[in-house]
Ligand binder design. Structure first.
Ligand SMILES: [Zn+2]
Length: 300
């Protein structure tokens, strides 16, 4: 079993053939690690765009890859074919965040004439490292850039150029070697041959907006009084605004009145429910309700 850390640099460009912008892959870089996470080989190919004559200034500033570099690259299908030969079989492929997979899918569909990246098993290294950082006591609330994670974990990147595909992969390798936990790592390895994998990846979460939806658990539409804990009665119709349903409620024992709010976010295999109890605002102008003020999250 080998481990491959794959990193791509892509540039957004307008593709006339599909009449829209696409994040075209301009560089593929990767490192191959053995089972002790030692680097056994590296890969780097720059791709010549099949439709644009230059790369964006922003892209060059970020990656150091110039238009001249891009124009002297090889076609994307050739680069991917060489990559697949280099990668071999029996591998776990990792990328720093699964956003690379979206880019891969988009490039495969629109630019690669039937050639596909050979990825068998997959692990989102960003998600793995962020989890390890949480275990170490770091407070992680949003996705962390690779350079930032390296800095926080004390990995030196002085002699590397971040945002070139190969060097990014080397930083990933160093992070992994220093923060490897077999059980938590294995738990995150996904089999891309399972059709569920891409279905789940491409699933877009949505908020339910129809109160009669079968996916809404009716029990979640009830509220307990936040003062005395008794059952409450809904006083009027449900309103829907900014992903939240709201209605006014009255406590059956203490007569407390409040606005009960609930949202339903549909994920791939469950619905996440959030509930809040807010004070009823007396509208200054008609129909205007001041959201979120004085709201206290209610446990569900
Ligand atoms: Zn009450």
């Amino acid at each position: 079993m080998n481990y491959i850390i794959l990193d791509m640099e892509w540039d957004s460009a307008y593709c006339p053939r599909i009449s829209r912008f696409i994040n075209q892959i301009i560089q593929i870089g990767a490192v191959k690690l053995n089972e002790s996470f030692e680097i056994v080989d590296t890969f780097e190919k720059t791709v010549r765009s099949s439709f644009s004559k230059k790369v964006s200034g922003r892209f060059t500033a970020l990656t150091g890859i110039t238009t001249k570099d891009m124009l002297s690259g090889i076609p994307l299908e050739n680069a991917v074919t060489l990559y697949n030969e280099w990668a071999g079989t029996d591998t776990v492929t990792m990328t720093w965040s699964n956003s690379d997979l979206f880019s891969i899918i988009e490039n495969e569909k629109n630019l690669m004439r039937g050639v596909k990246f050979h990825i068998e098993k997959y692990l989102d290294l960003q998600s793995y490292i962020q989890n390890e950082m949480r275990v170490l006591g770091f407070e992680i609330t949003s996705q962390i850039a690779l350079g930032k994670a390296a800095e926080m974990l004390g990995i030196t990147t002085d002699n590397l150029e971040l945002h070139t595909a190969k060097d990014d992969s080397l930083v990933c390798a160093a992070l992994l070697k220093n923060h490897y936990c077999e059980s938590r790592f294995n738990e995150l390895i996904k089999d891309t041959q399972n059709p569920e994998f891409y279905k789940r990846l491409l699933f877009k979460p949505t908020y339910l907006s129809d109160i009669r939806s079968r996916e809404i658990d009716r029990r979640k539409l009830r509220f307990k009084c936040d003062v005395c804990g008794s059952d409450t009665k809904r006083l009027g119709k449900w309103n829907y605004r900014n992903h939240w349903f709201s209605a006014n409620f009255s406590c059956k024992s203490c007569d407390r009145k409040f606005s009960g709010r609930v949202s339903f976010k549909k994920l791939y295999d469950n619905v996440v429910v959030k509930k809040r109890i807010c004070e009823i605002k007396v509208a200054q102008k008609s129909n205007e309700v001041n959201d979120e003020v004085q709201s206290v999250p209610e446990k569900v």
